[in-house]
Write a protein that binds this ligand. Structure first.
Ligand SMILES: [Zn+2]
Ligand SMILES: [Zn+2]
Length: 357
């Protein structure tokens, strides 16, 4: 492809980005991307806690991601902060960095890293399905595409999210006495589910758990159309039969959830494709709604960016690397330890409540 042909002979990919225990490191600019440990200078793709950590010397991220970090960690989350305007180039050392929408959550970005004709795209977490609460993923042709593989197995195929939301509303219609409690991660999924419920025409108040107050307010201040939102804490739980309550996934099994009238427990996650997982969590109404690319979307994206080489950060890296091989693409797992998305964490790795209180 063109980029590869133009590429300078003397810049090797490992000179532009290398995996280290602290995360992806760019030696030419002396920065890390989504580091798992405190570093001097960090570029951050999005606000989920496994990518955006507190304690870096300086952070470069989109305005929304900086605001989300301040909401979650307090204003002192980093020594300095700098806003990355989507599409604009920030030059650090001899390297150009550009943030491009990733379609994952509000403010989420891929980071395009480019020097001397070599272009690497760090996609962070991403999805291709429409999301009314954030800007859509923009494919950027590149030499090396660095991708996640959270749902990188053929079993993971996410149905259209609006059909899953229709199941929820149908259940609300069928069981007008029961409270529908929907587990959804506090950053992104919760607000996306609320926006989809509104798009489906449900206009009664939606009740939310205290752990998602601040982020939901922030989404609304950024223009998300979430309709009337009420806090559970300000309502009489016994009176919420027939209503929809959104809470962090861990709360659906808590005593907290049992104080609603005859609750129907739902969980909005890509993991709900696995029936056993829904059963294990006592989920009566699994909703397969994910903020990550599914198996088909991972493949489509890899083809679309036309990279000659694929690096896989986390998730089902082996399966995706194997698939790349079958279509003649060079690929390798990076074995980065520390990602396992908060936004779609395995039940055991859930950090949602801890992070947002
Ligand atoms: Zn994420
Ligand atoms: Zn992640």
């Amino acid at each position: 492809m063109t980029l590869a042909r133009q590429r300078s002979q003397n810049l090797r990919p490992s000179e532009l980005l290398i995996p280290t225990p602290a995360g992806l490191y760019c030696p030419l600019a002396d920065i890390h991307i989504d580091p798992m440990r405190p570093v001097a200078r960090a570029l951050i793709t999005h606000g989920h806690s496994d990518h955006a950590r507190a304690g870096h010397g300086a952070v470069l991220a989109t305005r929304e991601t900086l605001a989300i970090m301040a909401l979650r960690y307090g204003e002192g989350f980093a020594g300095e902060r700098q806003e990355a305007v989507p599409g604009a180039v920030t030059r650090i050392g001899a390297v150009d960095f550009r943030f491009v929408p990733a379609g994952h959550v509000l403010g989420s970005a891929q980071i395009v890293v480019e020097a001397r004709g070599l272009r690497i795209v760090v996609s962070g977490d991403y999805k291709r399905e429409r999301d009314p609460t954030c800007a859509g993923f923009e494919p950027v042709p590149c030499d090396i595409f660095i991708t996640e593989a959270t749902f990188g197995l053929p079993v993971f195929r996410h149905p259209p999210a609006h059909l899953e939301v229709a199941k929820l509303l149908e259940s609300v219609r069928l069981f007008p006495e029961r409270t529908h409690i929907v587990g959804a991660y506090s950053l992104g999924k919760a607000q996306r589910v609320m926006a989809l419920i509104r798009e489906a025409g449900f206009d009664r108040p939606i009740y939310i758990h205290g752990a998602m107050d601040k982020l939901t307010d922030f989404y609304m201040s950024e223009g998300a159309q979430l309709g009337p939102i009420r806090k559970v804490i300000e309502a009489e739980r016994k009176s919420l039969g027939g209503e929809i309550v959104i809470c962090p996934p861990s709360a659906i099994q808590d005593l907290w959830a049992r104080k609603f009238p005859d609750p129907v427990t739902a969980f909005a996650s890509g993991w709900m494709r696995i029936r056993a997982r829904a059963r294990q969590r006592g989920v009566e109404l699994p909703l397969i709604i994910s903020d990550h690319a599914d198996w088909d979307a991972l493949q489509a994206t890899i083809r679309e960016v036309q990279a000659g080489e694929i690096w896989v950060t986390h998730g089902e890296a082996d399966a995706l690397v194997h698939w790349c091989g079958t279509v003649g693409l060079k690929a390798k797992p990076l074995h980065l330890v520390g990602y396992g998305d908060e936004g779609e964490a395995e039940p055991a790795g859930e950090t949602d409540n801890a992070v947002t209180g």
